[in-house]
Design a protein around this ligand. Structure first.
Ligand code: X2X
Length: 336
């Protein structure tokens, strides 16, 4: 017996839908994105935005799931790049500092007092030096797609105001797990200790360390003043750009169209996050001051004293970063 016409149509439609959804789910993919900070911070928001745009533009074919707080590397943020390189993590929005142990060129951004302002950062990331940095990442099996920004890092401590290198004498400072930071704070006469962000907050709370350095957004959102950090020096000694990136094999498994979507979404999310981070800085600073934190701004002369005290760090690290890269960056900064 043949089916009644409308029923036959319905059956055909259902069969078609089943086929379609089978092929869709065969194609549907979930990619992991690692971040150090959650979406309470601009950094985590950048990753969420990237994921949202990709999901929307691939009509759900690609879902990107954000795993914050360095959870995919058990809290050790300096292992994020290796984990992405080996394919344990599909993608990340990561800090140049945290990836610099594996990509020495990224120490460019951590050279003390090298990038004085936002225009200098943009000139470097947006020019030939930025391309060289991306090539260095790509040569290590990770595909970089776009820039974001954690921000200019400022110094806080529980001991007293800091306006000259002598004020750091013997100060126990938590620094990120990158050897260059050890050198910078040693040059300033401080007593630096490398530890992850996960370990930093308890160390500040118990007073195991006297100070730390992070951008205003991190100081503000993580309420660093509430763990005894009552003195903040605005010294803009380095900027920490973020990089959106994908593991090479994952990248090569995507077709051209999806690669384009991932790249464009990363660029848009990055531009959005950089603008937001910068716009919010003055309000964050006002809030921090309102909460009773003493804020020290440096005179040109005081700034210069820090530059001179850390000159030896450049001597040691420029060859490791690469003379040509540093020169390209210097030219971009001068021409800005
Ligand atoms: O660990 C830090 O200080 C942080 C959160 O800023 C980075 O991951 C670089």
């Amino acid at each position: 017996m043949t089916l009644h016409r409308p029923l036959a149509k319905l059956a055909a439609a259902l069969a078609g839908a089943a086929l379609l959804s089978a092929s869709l789910s065969a194609q549907a993919r979930e990619l992991s994105i690692s971040t150090v900070l959650s979406d309470a911070f601009p950094w985590g928001q950048a990753a969420e935005r990237w994921a949202e745009l990709v999901e929307e533009r691939t009509e759900g074919r690609i879902t990107m799931r954000v795993y914050p707080n360095s959870q995919l590397v058990a809290g050790d943020q300096t292992r994020e790049f290796s984990a992405m390189r080996s394919g344990l993590i599909d993608a990340a929005v990561g800090s140049t500092i945290n990836w610099s142990p594996q990509v020495p060129e990224l120490n460019l951004f951590s050279l003390p007092f090298f990038l004085p302002d936002e225009a200098a950062v943009d000139a470097v990331t947006g020019g030939a030096a930025g391309d060289m940095v991306f090539e260095a990442i790509e040569s290590r099996d990770v595909i970089p797609l776009a820039w974001g920004e954690n921000g200019f890092r400022q110094l806080s401590n529980s001991r007293g105001p800091i306006s000259e290198p002598g004020d750091l004498d013997g100060l126990k400072v938590r620094v990120v797990g990158s050897p260059l930071f050890q050198d910078t704070f040693n040059a300033l006469g401080a007593d630096p200790t490398q530890m992850s962000w996960t370990d930093a907050q308890p160390a500040l709370t118990t007073g195991a360390v006297d100070g730390q350095e992070n951008p205003l957004s991190v100081f503000d959102v993580a309420r660093i003043d509430q763990v005894g950090q009552q003195h903040l020096t605005l010294w803009n000694y380095m900027n920490d750009p973020l990089i959106f990136a994908v593991n090479r094999q994952v990248w090569e498994s995507l077709d051209e169209g999806d690669r384009e979507i991932l790249r464009e979404a990363a660029v848009e999310a990055g531009e959005w996050e950089i603008a937001m981070t910068r716009e919010e800085e003055s309000e964050r600073l006002a809030d921090i001051q309102e909460r009773g934190v003493t804020v020290t701004e440096l005179t040109d002369e005081q700034y210069q004293a820090f530059v001179e005290a850390t000159a030896e760090v450049h001597d040691k690290w420029v060859p490791r970063i690469g003379e040509a890269l540093v020169e390209a960056a210097r030219e971009a900064v001068e021409a800005r």
